[in-house]
Design a protein around this ligand. Structure first.
Ligand code: FAD
Length: 382
């Protein structure tokens, strides 16, 4: 789904993090009038999207998530390329695969991980099989870590982007398209539903939508899963691609951005706590990153940040649409959990189909749950 017409329609989008900005842009490009509301500013200060590492890693994530999310991730990779190429401002995007490393004592965990991914590749032919790297192959692929590791696993085709550049580029594009962006404006989507100027109100509030998801006949629990990341400036380290360390207690990733900046993360704690990073988390992340490359010892800490991943009961994303007498239609999009960047182009296209046709073939194909007044939408649209 690339170009859809929404002219003569007016939409309100509540939440201008990742999903809200992508939707606002697509609708405005389709000719709609869009009002976008966010309780934070254009920098995304209250959005999980600002803190994320923004890795696009369907194979690596297949170790811990459902096939539907993996399929959404595979669908989204080429869509990201397209979406980014259409923006006026450049956004760093890379698709050079993921490197998996482990220390000698964790070899059996690494074997289990590799076997798991191989099994997933057998059941999904779109996934590219992981490649075992000898010491020489590792040196060729990622010379910066070859002194400390003599083997690795390479997951081809995986990607990443710069989340903050993306948020900025989307905001600029929204301005160009004359989207009415109401920053620093906290609103309740239910109140907007009483304003008949809108065709549909779209709720993209991430963890801010907790109460709405627990209401109604089919309540779903929306929770936050706390994640802490550290941004480092490390000119002595030359890592070319996202690198994950398999470790029984401190599994970390290192996502290289432009200009020698590395995002190191992330803790995963079942809590809505948005307070500053704990000493324990900081010590774990920093000591683990140093075991990957000694150059991190001289890195400068740019930022230690915390945010919560918006997560539904089953850890899967969901789109809910509601029509209620006397109120403007509502669409709620949530549960992007730790995969928001990986899957948002798929969720975007499904939402656009839902708005245009009342159902989404793409959602059916990918296994994304779409409900209408609490009933699963099974109909195939035109
Ligand atoms: C530490 C961490 C690492 C991550 N790493 C990755 C990764 O590597 N790859 C990946 O794919 N995903 C990753 N994610 C997940 C990704 O960031 C989220 O899934 C994604 O940002 C969710 O998008 P969203 O638009 O639903 O919510 P958000 O991006 O959180 O945006 C929600 C917006 O709603 C606004 N809002 C809330 N309430 C209101 C209100 N009442 N009125 C107005 N505005 C409101 C907020 O201000 C916010 O801007 C990570 C997340 C975290 C926390």
């Amino acid at each position: 789904m690339t170009s859809v017409s929404f002219s003569n329609s007016k939409y309100a989008i509540v939440g201008g993090g990742l999903m809200g900005r992508l939707l606002a842009l697509a609708l405005a490009k389709g000719g709609a009038q869009v009002d976008l509301f966010d309780k934070g500013g254009p920098d995304g200060a209250h959005a999980a999207a600002r803190i994320a590492a923004a890795m696009l890693a369907p194979l690596a994530e297949s170790a811990i998530t459902e096939d539907s999310v993996v399929r959404m991730g595979l669908y989204s990779l080429p869509r990201w390329k397209q979406l980014i190429s259409e923006l006026s401002n450049s956004v760093y995007f890379q698709q050079d695969g993921t490197l998996i490393l482990w220390h000698r004592q964790d070899a059996s965990d690494a074997d289990r991980f590799a076997a798991h991914l191989e099994k997933n590749c057998r059941s999904n032919s779109e996934l590219s099989a992981p490649q075992k790297l000898s010491a020489e192959a590792l040196r060729e692929l990622e010379p910066g870590v070859a002194d400390r590791f003599n083997q690795g696993l390479y997951l081809p085709n995986e990607g990443q982007l710069d989340n903050r550049q993306l948020l900025n580029a989307l905001e600029s594009e929204l301005k160009l398209l004359k989207v009415n962006c109401h920053w620093h404006t906290e609103v309740d989507p239910q109140e907007l539903r009483t304003q008949s100027c809108y065709q549909t109100v779209i709720d993209c509030r991430g963890t801010g939508a907790k109460e709405s998801w627990s209401a109604g006949d089919k309540p779903n629990t929306l929770r936050g899963v706390r994640g802490e990341v550290i941004r480092l400036y490390a000119p002595e380290v030359k890592l070319r691609r996202p690198t994950r360390l398999i470790h029984p207690r401190y599994p970390i990733y290192i996502a290289p951005k432009e200009n020698d900046v590395y995002v190191v993360g992330a803790t995963e704690i079942e809590s809505d706590d948005l307070s500053d990073m704990s000493v324990r988390s900081a010590m774990e992340l920093l000591s683990a990153v140093y075991t990957v490359h000694s150059g991190f010892a001289e890195a400068r800490i740019l930022e230690m940040a915390t945010q919560c991943r918006p997560t539904l009961k089953n850890n899967l994303p969901e789109i809910r649409s509601s029509k209620d007498k006397g109120l403007v239609d509502l669409i709620m999009i949530n549960g992007l959990y730790r995969h928001g960047f990986m899957i948002s182009p798929a969720v975007l296209d499904c939402t656009l189909e839902l708005l245009e046709f009342g159902g989404s073939n793409t959602a059916l194909e990918l296994g994304l749950s779409v409900t209408h007044n609490n009933i699963q939408v099974e109909t195939v649209c035109a």
